[in-house]
Design a protein around this ligand. Structure first.
Ligand code: GLN
Ligand code: ZN
Length: 741
């Protein structure tokens, strides 16, 4: 029985990865020091593997992102080996697009494949990164992202070119594998998580063809994760040395093996400890799973993690402020390695006692449960998920209460958070600034941002979110049932990190969370100020969530807490409330067949949270552009107004609303907040003009793509001035076209 682990975080216990690379960017760390620092970090990672498990990959370390590395390995971009060239592709003006990696909150750089005149580019083995890594760690298996995943996650080519491109990739991969074998690699770690997506039959044919060729070059271990592989049986006759399967998020893998076994000539790498959530593994249960596998196949079985470990922080060890009962019940990446060792001990009979001790902490403690919260969820009736009046009637009440012009203007919530504000927050958290002093600073910022919005002539104002560092953390800190780590950072993209809260118990809202700031902002102006909340789905998606009760119940608990806040905002006289759901699409399962179940609870949770009086206008915001596939679910949210990203696709997303009759109000983003450029009125107008072709004029709002938190005031002011000017200009033009409601 062997253990194998992969994906251990590259961030380092003290976030050394971030410090090194950002130090280099800032010119504070010379290149040699950066390289030496990263090598030391990698050496430490490998040492950790060696201490706990029998096998692991060599070459997972990256300067920014493994997908970018793969593109360079394959010669997709010129690479003279200079760091500046590498980082130019990762950040700055010419950087590749960032997109979410599967349904996780990690973002990868999307390679763009030039496909001119029907001819695939000449891929070649331009950088043998896996070999370099293997030379430094010959006890590891060289690591590479496989051709199917690489291609599936790249962009820039027509779908019908997929086969030609996959074939064009094969010589480079074959050469890579040959060179690794020649250098003495016994096996090669090939990452193919895209096999767990919905893979169309023609793709199965293509990837079978590809691996029939590649599998003859070297002994390949192909790793799949995040879900099950729908075509598992079709891998059985391929020349693969082993297949890694997710048995935590891919229950159907187990079913398939029960049904049709697993070939005896391959290694079955059984992913039994979770790479995505923090709850300790029930080792006894995991052992039973492996025993079951042994009944169904005589193949050699390795025990492994069920997905890369970089979705977890490095170690629980440093978390000495966490409640002891919780601390004992969670496992981060280092503890997952420990679990693999314990599981092996349990299965081989050596050290079984230690495993049993570990297993005493796999159940939640009673005091995390609050019967009144459970009761409230169990009492929910269908009418609790409905606004009472249909949209058409609500909007009449809202228009009476909110005298807004045609093409009303607003922003998405946050305004620039400057360095001095961040310093004040740090000082406040460290106890160096009193609560009163900190509150005074926030109030002063609110006054400032209200004045600016009035001067600009915006119609629905915001308070600027200055009191929030993160839209999930802020609310999680104010709700019961969430806990926080001190060092639980994980990579979001590049060197960017965040600390997901841990949702461990029943959730409730002990007291109002946002009313003070919003009501204060409203007291400064006659214009409506928008209340600003984070929605239940996003709260769950960006936290580590308990698994002892169904996720829909957890979502409803969070939704009810938000609903309490909505009620209090209404009582405080707030007429417009925005509930952000940027993770609504991302949280969806990889496979379409699991969508109805997910969207059922996701939509209901939002409706529950947003169950305001009919005269309160509910906004929601989402920031990504693939709306086509989820438009019916967006419709089902029954929000009065939705603001969406539209700039980068020049209004392309509006196409979704062409095909689907959408009766509610929409604000297609006219200003790309990810760019420092100040958009010209013409470009903004073009997006709105496109919108009014499919959406009734009186339903169109004018707003940026997303929050302005990361922008600078010098960019924001002129951009918003142009935006307001554009709206006024459009009003002139369309005034006569619209009947007064
Ligand atoms: N209201 C949030 C903000 O403006 C929305 C952020 C988001 O969509 N990611 O910052
Ligand atoms: Zn956004």
């Amino acid at each position: 029985m062997r253990t194998y682990a992969y994906g251990y975080p590259r961030l380092g216990r003290k976030r050394e990865y971030k410090t090194l690379i950002e130090g280099f960017w800032a010119g504070k760390i010379p290149e040699a020091e950066l390289i030496a620092g990263l090598e030391a970090l990698e050496a430490e990672r490998l040492e950790t593997y060696r201490r706990f498990v029998d096998g692991f990959p060599a070459g997972e370390m990256s300067l920014y992102d493994p997908m970018l590395d793969t593109a360079l390995i394959l010669g997709l971009y010129p690479n003279g080996g200079r760091l500046e060239d590498y980082f130019a592709l990762a950040r700055g003006e010419r950087a590749l697009e960032l997109t979410k990696w599967f349904n996780t909150n990690y973002h990868y750089l999307v390679p763009e494949i030039p496909f001119f005149g029907g001819k695939p580019p000449a891929f070649r083995l331009a950088w043998n990164k896996p070999l370099e890594a293997f030379r430094k760690a010959p006890d590891g298996f060289p690591y590479v992202i496989g051709p199917y995943t690489f291609l599936r996650l790249s962009k820039g080519y027509p779908p019908e070119a997929f086969g030609a491109l996959l074939r064009a990739l094969l010589p480079a991969y074959a050469e890579l594998f040959r060179s690794l074998k020649a250098a003495g690699a016994a096996m090669i770690h090939v990452d193919e998580p895209a096999w767990a997506m919905d893979v169309p039959p023609e793709h199965v044919t293509l990837l079978r063809e590809a691996y029939a060729v590649l599998g003859r070059e070297a002994d390949l271990l192909v790793f799949t994760y995040y879900d099950s592989v729908d075509f598992l049986e079709q891998l059985y006759d391929l020349p693969l040395r082993g297949v890694g399967l997710d048995l935590r998020h891919g229950e159907e893998n187990l079913e398939a093996i029960r049904r049709s076994g697993f070939p005896a000539d391959k290694i079955l790498i059984a992913g039994v400890v979770d790479g995505r959530n923090v709850w300790k593994t029930d080792l006894q249960e995991a052992a039973r799973r492996i025993e079951a596998l042994r009944q169904w196949t005589s193949a050699e079985i390795w025990i492994s993690n069920a997905g890369p470990l970089y979705h977890l922080p490095v170690t629980v060890e440093a978390e000495n402020r966490l409640d002891a009962a919780l601390r004992e019940r969670i496992a981060f990446a280092a503890e997952r390695l420990m679990e693999l060792r314990l599981l092996k001990g349990l299965m081989t009979g050596e050290g079984a006692e230690e495993a049993r001790r570990w297993n005493t902490f796999v159940h939640p403690v009673d005091r995390w449960h609050r019967p009144e919260v459970r009761e409230r969820v169990s009492q929910l009736r269908p009418e609790d998920f409905s606004r009472g009046l249909p949209y058409a009637e609500r909007i009449r009440l809202q228009r009476e209460r909110l005298p807004l012009p045609l093409f009303p203007t607003t922003t998405i919530g946050s305004f620039p958070q400057t360095e001095d504000l961040r310093r004040a927050r740090t000082a406040y958290r460290a106890g160096k600034l009193s609560e009163a002093e900190y509150r005074a600073i926030i109030r002063e910022r609110i006054q400032h941002v209200i004045r600016i919005q009035e001067e600009l002539g915006l119609d629905v104002l915001v308070h600027g979110e200055f009191e929030r560092s993160d839209m999930v953390e802020f609310f999680a800190e104010r709700l019961e049932g969430f806990a926080f780590t001190q060092h639980g950072w994980i990579l979001s993209y590049g060197t960017r990190v965040y600390r997901p809260p841990i949702l461990y118990g029943d959730v409730s809202r002990p007291r109002p969370m946002t009313v003070e700031e919003i009501a204060y902002a409203q007291s400064l102006t006659d214009k409506p100020v928008k209340g600003m909340l984070t929605g239940p789905v996003t709260m769950l998606a960006w936290s580590f969530v308990r698994e002892d009760i169904p996720v829909r119940e957890v979502a409803f608990q969070v939704a009810l807490a938000i609903q309490d806040e909505v009620r209090d905002l209404e009582t405080a006289g707030i007429r417009v409330i925005q509930i952000d759901e940027p993770a609504f699409r991302e949280r969806a399962p990889l496979k379409r067949r699991r969508w109805p179940e997910y969207f059922d609870w996701a939509v209901k949770a939002f409706r529950l949270a947003s169950r305001a009086r009919p005269e309160t206008q509910i906004h929601t915001h989402m920031c990504y552009s693939e709306f086509n596939e989820i438009i019916e679910y967006i419709d089902a949210l029954d929000a009065d107004v939705i603001s969406i990203e539209a700039t980068r696709s020049r209004g392309e997303v509006i196409g979704a609303f062409e095909r689907h009759r959408y009766e509610r109000q929409i604000g297609p983003g006219v200003y790309d907040v990810h760019s420092p450029a100040v958009p010209a009125p013409e470009s903004m107008e073009a997006i709105i003009e496109r919108a009014v072709r499919v959406i009734p004029v009186e339903n169109v709002w004018v707003n940026p793509d997303c929050g302005l938190k990361t922008r600078r005031w010098e960019e924001v002011i002129p951009a918003l001035r142009n935006m307001v000017w554009t709206a006024q200009h459009l009003r002139e033009r369309y005034r006569t076209a619209v009947p007064t409601p």
